[in-house]
Write a protein that binds this ligand. Structure first.
Ligand SMILES: [Zn+2]
Length: 431
């Protein structure tokens, strides 16, 4: 998991004046008296960890086929059942409430996170009327919770003696501060509080015991969040303007100094590009090269079904929108890597696609890809056997050209990647 977690805040849509009508609608629907005259309204941001990653799944399915045989006027039907297993890798994310005692806060934001308008958690974007609660559970504990949810899914999928395997690989983490109102009034049984979503106006829960909330408010530290300053994207060495791109690795056109935006990338890392043997390239795609131990090489050779020895693990450092296409690209690039001829480079041309995948995410992708291949080959997941992928050895750029629906490497024609998964529907290239 990355050391610094990107933090965001969701903006409330319900105003203070609209809180009571929302609450009264809820009370009316539940055939209860409307809210008290002296309704207390507090506003808080509740912190959630958004855990991003990949889900590896094996599901066994039974196909039924009816075979009909005709004998003159008579016919005989035979039902043929065939069992087969399907292995696949797909993106999986979930949010986890990060308060240690959160019985009455929604445990997860569910499907909502995709539709939220999130802004960076900086002074300008925080509504000062809201109390900002601080996360209390660790990012590791949040990943564990998501793993547990996945194991529960696995149990459900495994009902009826079907074999089912699920494994989650965490690759990224974000903090999301969600705005809520807490309305407190009195009824015949004493004080009662309602947690009202400040975006939808919906009452999420009601509670009489405020201990969870009071302890979270008391624990909230006065963290100072920086202000949103315009980061001048300039070379730290000569002051030259750097291209305005999401690239994690940039080389100054003026002085050749390197700037990295992922702390895990050594600025002095070796950069190599493969030569073009024939024709011309449409683009150069970047790949991380991870050093493997001898034992890992042997295992990778076996599970990837290589005919020759495998040297290092090669993982795309550019974005591939489809996890299965990413897996195939890792297998093909790793298997053909030792056949490429590379030369060292010290500048990045405009036809070079930027490095955008973080090392931590790519390592996670490699681990998932290895176990995916193992699962497909053996129908079993041997986790003790997982691949770690040691030192980052280099970034290599491989030239590709577009051939119909695919990007095909220009040196050997051995690495093919679905074009739409890299370039999107528009199919536009950088530079
Ligand atoms: Zn410079």
């Amino acid at each position: 998991m990355p050391q610094t977690v990107p933090a965001y805040v969701a903006r409330e849509r319900v105003t203070h004046l609209e809180v009571r009508p929302h609450l009264d609608r809820y009370l009316k629907q539940n055939n209860r008296p409307l809210s008290d005259f002296d309704l207390g309204i507090e506003s808080v941001y509740i912190p959630y960890w958004q855990v991003e990653g990949l889900l590896l799944k094996l599901r066994q399915q039974t196909d039924k086929r009816v075979q009909v045989e005709q004998y003159g006027y008579a016919q005989e039907e035979t039902v043929i059942e065939q069992q087969h297993s399907r292995v696949n890798l797909a993106p999986h994310s979930n949010s986890v409430c990060s308060l240690s005692q959160a019985e009455y806060a929604p445990a997860s934001l569910g499907m909502r996170t995709g539709n939220l308008t999130l802004r960076p958690l900086v002074e300008e974007n925080i509504n000062n009327d809201f109390k900002l609660l601080t996360p209390q559970i660790s990012t590791e504990a949040a990943v564990e919770r998501v793993e547990k949810q996945v194991q529960n899914l696995n149990r459900i999928a495994g009902i009826g003696n079907r074999r089912s395997v699920s494994k989650f690989f965490g690759s990224g983490m974000e903090l999301i501060q969600m705005p809520y109102f807490i309305c407190t009034s009195r009824d015949d049984n004493g004080s009662i509080s309602y947690l009202l979503d400040a975006i939808t106006g919906r009452v999420e829960t009601e509670f009489r015991d405020r201990a969870w909330l009071d302890s979270a408010v008391a624990a909230a530290s006065d963290v100072q969040y920086g202000s949103l300053s315009l980061s001048l994207h300039r070379c730290g060495n000569c002051g030259e303007d750097l291209p305005d791109s999401p690239a994690l690795l940039v080389i100054c056109k003026n002085c050749g100094a390197r700037t990295t935006l992922d702390g895990a990338i050594d600025p002095n890392i070796t950069l190599r590009a493969a030569r073009i043997e024939q024709g011309s390239a449409d683009t150069f795609l970047p790949f991380w090269v991870f050093e493997l131990s001898d034992a890992e090489r042997a295992r990778l050779k076996h599970v990837f079904g290589a005919l020759q020895n495998v040297s290092d693990a090669v993982v795309p450092a550019f974005e591939i929108s489809n996890s299965e296409a990413m897996h195939r690209a890792i297998v093909r690039a790793t298997l053909s890597y030792s056949n490429f001829t590379f030369s060292e480079i010290d500048a990045l041309e405009s036809s070079y696609m930027p490095v955008v995948e973080r090392i931590a995410a790519s390592r996670s992708q490699l681990r998932a890809s290895y176990l995916r291949a193992q699962l497909e080959r053996t129908n079993h997941l041997v986790e003790s056997d997982a691949l770690n992928g040691g030192q980052l050895r280099a970034v290599v750029y491989i030239p590709f050209r577009i051939e119909n629906y695919f990007l095909v490497d220009c040196q050997m024609g051995a690495v093919t990647i679905e074009k739409v998964a890299v370039l999107g529907r528009t199919g536009s290239l950088p530079g």
